[in-house]
Write a new protein. Structure first.
Length: 114
């Protein structure tokens, strides 16, 4: 099994981000503004090569260096992530959600597996 990879996003709920969240809008009706919520993005399962390519776009030089797992969104290669989504269309929505959540003040954590 190769290395899989995902991002765990944690941040304050805002009504404006509901279209970008995982669950249907009705699930957030009673969610208070500012309540901290989590989202899981990407879920890359194709293996080590793709997981490593992805981690590099996030500014992670060694996916197994746990010191790098709390991501600095200013280090994201935005153009590279968009090209990644063009090459692997299954991840296009995750790139869009990543950008929306970044703009909404979320934190991001890289999580390799495998």
């Amino acid at each position: 099994m190769g290395m899989c990879a995902e991002i765990i996003a944690v941040g304050p709920f805002k009504r404006a981000i509901v279209p970008h969240l995982e669950y249907r809008p009705e699930a957030y009706i009673s969610t208070r503004e500012g309540a901290y919520i989590t989202e899981v993005l990407f879920g890359i399962i194709e293996g080590s090569s793709l997981g490593r390519e992805f981690s590099t776009l996030l500014g992670v030089t060694d996916p197994w260096d746990f010191n790098q797992h709390r991501l600095d969104s200013s280090r994201f290669d935005i153009d590279g992530l968009r090209r990644f989504a063009d090459t692997y269309p299954d991840y296009r929505r995750s790139v869009d959600v990543l950008m929306a959540l970044r703009d909404a003040g979320f934190e991001f954590h890289f999580r390799p597996n495998g």
